[in-house]
Ligand binder design. Structure first.
Ligand SMILES: Cc1ncc(COP(=O)(O)O)c(C=O)c1O
Length: 452
């Protein structure tokens, strides 16, 4: 008989709450600080940018936060996302490891980003907001928010990182199909953008400054962030909650290793936090691994310190692994991983030794992506390819060691609008993966704000 490959959940097994890992952490994460006073930020400091429900979620210590019925209805269109046993890839690798991929490419935008775009748009709509501004790196987040705004009849304005805008015209079109408006960042529309010369490749930090700047000037507008903040990570925990249950259906007693890529940290957190819960509350020993690009090595070479989330210094100061808010990563194709910082919650659990971090080169990730595509028939996003490359390493290392672990991989999105990058890889002229020298790193870290 054919072996089962995809593991489903019944309608009544779908998560109805988001999971807040803060409730189970041995130590609380350090609070965000006001950029001028350096005092912990209060709800009033955030109210120009976010609606009250999201601010409450940002600071809550409750373990479970109920998912509004209206949001569950949208989730039901594409969730549960499948957990797929990658048997064909296992065969190709000749491994005894059992590899499961949690595939978020089934969402309307092609990635996990819809999981937070929908509740963010929903809460803003409840508060009478008519326009949302945002940044996008890979284009996935901009697409997801444009779709969510279309659902609630709101305007969506997206600053797309210059390099991504130039190389991914189809992403821009997809955002426009969903009714969004796209600007190349840095743009001439904002003071933050005007600080850079025209044609600058941009960065997520600059694009965030631009979107924040405009939202703060318009009463009917608010800003939406696609990663990094606690409430964004919270919304993504539907991924890991489903995966834990789906593994059970697959007959597994949990996972030995869970691997995810990390840009701002949201898909990684969404996948691993429910597994971390097992470690913290049930005595499990699942290894949790965050994978970043070696050209933007936030967790593996950055400093754990207070820094701004954006380049212009408009956001609160967050304690996080950072390469310095002025850092402009080299233009690798995994645009969603080109961020100078890492979510404070992810930084905290890495700093506490609860989660491991590794950095991989672009070439190795594309090689793993192509190998995976040829076996499984799914073209992964360049970001997700980092998780696949690390899973591959884990499987081969386990074979050497004579073990047969269960590996869960976060396949955060598809790469069908990144075929230009795959074309470059296949032709052998992939560019952009320049190694960050120690001198460049020290110069960038010298700009960190002094916080007592
Ligand atoms: C497919 C995909 N995976 C991962 C990421 C990285 O973001 P995060 O670390 O917030 O999950 C992005 C960001 O745009 C993305 O588009």
């Amino acid at each position: 008989m054919t072996q089962p490959v995809t593991f489903h959940l019944a309608d009544d097994e779908r998560p109805t709450s988001w999971y807040n890992v803060v409730a189970d952490l041995p130590t609380p994460p350090p609070p965000p600080l006001h950029p001028a006073t350096h005092e912990p930020v209060g709800p009033d400091d955030l109210s120009a940018l976010f609606p009250p429900e999201l601010i409450a979620q940002e600071v809550t210590t409750e373990r479970w936060v109920e998912i509004p019925e209206a949001v569950q209805e949208v989730y039901a269109q594409y969730r549960p996302a499948p957990l797929i046993r990658a048997r064909k890839w296992e065969e190709r690798l000749g491994t005894k490891a059992r590899i499961y991929v949690k595939y978020e490419g089934v969402s309307p935008a092609g990635s996990h980003k819809v999981n937070t775009a929908v509740p963010q748009a929903y809460y803003n709509k409840l508060n009478g907001i008519t326009r949302l501004t945002t940044e996008t790196g890979a284009g996935q987040w901009g697409t997801a928010l444009a779709y969510a705004c279309a659902l609630y009849d709101m305007k969506c304005e997206v600053w797309q990182v210059g390099h991504s805008y130039d190389t991914k015209p189809q992403r821009r079109t997809l955002i426009e199909v969903f009714g969004g408006t796209v600007h190349r960042s840095p743009s001439q529309m904002t003071e933050s953008g005007k600080a850079f010369e025209e044609g600058h490749p941009g960065s997520l930090g600059i694009a965030i400054s631009e979107a924040v700047e405009l939202a703060a000037q318009d009463e009917g507008a608010k800003y939406a962030l696609g990663s990094v903040l606690n409430h964004v990570l919270l919304h993504q925990t539907v991924i890991g909650q489903e995966a834990v249950k789906q593994l059970e259906k697959a007959g597994e007693d949990g996972a030995d290793v869970v691997v995810g890529c990390a840009g701002g940290g949201s898909n990684l957190a969404g996948l691993i936090f429910p597994f971390l819960r097992g470690n913290l509350t049930e005595g499990r020993t699942t290894r949790l691994v965050a994978v970043e690009p070696s050209s933007c090595p936030t967790m593996t070479r950055g400093t754990y310190a207070y820094d701004f989330g954006d380049t212009a210094g408009l956001t609160p100061l967050m304690k996080m692994y950072t390469l310095g808010h002025d850092f402009v990563p080299s233009p690798i194709h995994a645009g969603g991983l080109r961020y100078h910082g890492m979510a404070p919650l992810v930084s905290h659990v890495v700093h506490e030794g609860l989660v491991e971090a590794v950095a991989l080169d672009q070439d190795e990730c594309f090689a793993a992506a192509v190998e995976f595509a040829r076996a499984q028939g799914i073209v992964p996003a360049p970001e997700s390819s980092h998780a696949l490359a690390q899973a591959r390493r884990e499987a081969l290392a386990a074979d050497e060691a004579g073990t047969a672990p269960v590996i869960v991989v976060g396949l955060s999105g598809y790469g069908l609008l990144e075929l230009g990058a795959f074309d470059s890889y296949l032709k052998g002229n992939l560019t952009g993966d320049s190694l960050l020298s120690d001198e460049e790193l020290s110069a960038s870290l010298a700009t960190l704000p002094a916080v007592e």
